[in-house]
Write a protein that binds this ligand. Structure first.
Ligand code: ATP
Ligand code: MG
Length: 400
């Protein structure tokens, strides 16, 4: 900070005699050199300000093209960093004070101007403006930090809320199978082997299913946790993609007793055993999308699965003719535990799609949904294709 040796002054003053007088006064300065530029009209002064910079502006408040405080605004709008000293007549002091309140650094009564007063006022105005600018910078930096901290705090609060929601949903979803186990085990115990064998088997089966549900829920939550901490990384291995998809569909057909039909169609070039895929991630993606398609379709509904192999990627499209998803719900589909209003009594935890999304992200792929309420839903997943093993090996062998 500090004053430069040469101070460039822009004097905006229509009275030539006053201007000349100020010029003469400034010439007498010894410790500081001043270079005075003079403009008679505000418009001309504004033009000057566009082409060069000044250290200070001396502004007369009565100009031919602008009166009073009206002159301040157009100057400060574009040159807020340049200090302004207002020049005023004896009877104008009230106006000059108002100008200072509106951003001018100082005011001088023309008749009282001496070299000392003028130089001191100019130097003080420049120093004060520089301090003001510095303060403004510090303030802005502080404001920015406060803003950043506030967003961080809000995020932390949001995260905490999400966490507690997650825990309460999870305990709720655990309680159902636990109740089933408790109830079935209690009935078996109290029956003292008096129950018919078939009934006993049924209770055992219910216990087994409940344990399986809990196991699945736990592994899904673990997978989500892993994804959130960035530890879900694909582990590529050779896989026959066609056979793998056929197997998933076959096992789903077995577990869904309803008569829905899955129509599988492959297109493009599949390199049977040389393809590299992460079997686990792919299983989560396809299994969840397909079981949703089956679950949310009416009995006898058709589900079309199209798998298209292209040079760099494979597109998996699962299309159903089921209950559909409203536009509003589509935004939340991938949030853990979210379930749309129209699921009615179809059971589910709302974790499937959030897992699908995490797996797709781990693959660095993309997922899209298109849906119409009551008409059906199509999920499209595009996953990048890994280099076939052979060409990868060939690449890694450097020529000798
Ligand atoms: P689960 O965790 O057992 O999979 P879920 O199926 O309810 O439970 P998601 O698979 O995450 O959970 O799906 C979230 C919600 O998205 C569903 O509850 C349902 O409202 C909607 N949804 C998903 N797929 C379909 C679909 N094919 N047709 C209609 N609605 C769907
Ligand atoms: Mg699901």
């Amino acid at each position: 900070m500090g004053l430069t040796n040469l101070i460039k002054v822009l004097l905006i003053e229509d009275n030539l005699a006053e201007a000349r007088l100020l010029h003469e006064v400034l010439k007498g300065a010894t410790r500081q050199e001043f270079q005075l530029f003079h403009e008679k009209r505000l418009q001309d002064a504004l033009k000057q300000l566009e082409t060069q910079t000044f250290n200070i502006i001396l502004l007369d408040l009565t100009l031919p093209d602008s009166q009073g405080l009206d002159s301040l605004v157009p100057i400060t709008n574009k040159n807020s960093h340049i200090p302004i000293v207002v020049l005023t007549n004896i009877n104008d002091e009230e106006l000059a004070l108002e100008a200072v309140r509106k951003g001018a650094q100082d005011y001088l009564v023309k008749r009282h101007i001496t070299l000392d007063i003028l130089v001191r006022s100019i130097c003080y105005a420049i120093e004060r403006k520089q301090m003001e600018e510095k303060l403004k910078e510090v303030n802005q930096a502080l404001e920015k930090r406060v803003e950043e901290r506030t967003t961080q705090l809000l995020k932390a609060q949001e995260l905490n809320q999400l966490k507690s929601e997650f825990v309460s949903m999870l305990s709720h979803d655990f309680r159902n199978p636990l109740n089933t186990i408790l109830l079935s085990a209690g009935l078996l115990e109290e029956s003292h082997d008096q129950l018919p064998r078939e009934q006993q088997l049924l209770y055992f089966q219910m216990i087994r299913n409940a344990v399986q549900d809990m196991n699945q829920l736990l592994s899904e939550v673990l997978l989500l946790g892993k994804a959130d901490s960035g530890k879900l990384k694909p582990n590529f291995n050779e896989l026959d993609l066609k056979e793998f998809c056929q197997q998933i569909i076959h096992s789903l057909h077995l577990s869904f007793e309803e008569s829905s039909q899955i129509i599988l169609n492959f297109d493009g070039d599949f390199q049977s055993n040389l393809e590299l895929w992460d079997e686990k991630l792919l299983w989560h993606i396809l299994h969840n999308l397909l079981s949703n398609a089956l679950k949310y379709s009416p009995e006898g509904g058709k589900i079309f699965v199209d798998i298209l192999a292209e040079e760099k990627s494979v597109t998996f499209r699962v299309k159903d003719q089921g209950i559909g998803i409203s536009q509003a719900s589509q935004k939340h589909l991938f949030e853990p535990f979210y379930r749309a209003d129209n699921v009615e009594n179809i059971s589910g935890t709302g974790l499937g799609l959030s897992i699908v999304r995490k797996c797709v992200e781990a693959y660095e792929g993309n997922i899209f949904v298109e849906s119409q309420l009551g008409k059906g839903t199509t999920f499209t997943v595009i996953l990048p294709r890994q280099q076939p093993l052979m060409s990868k090996m060939e690449k890694s062998i450097e020529p000798i």
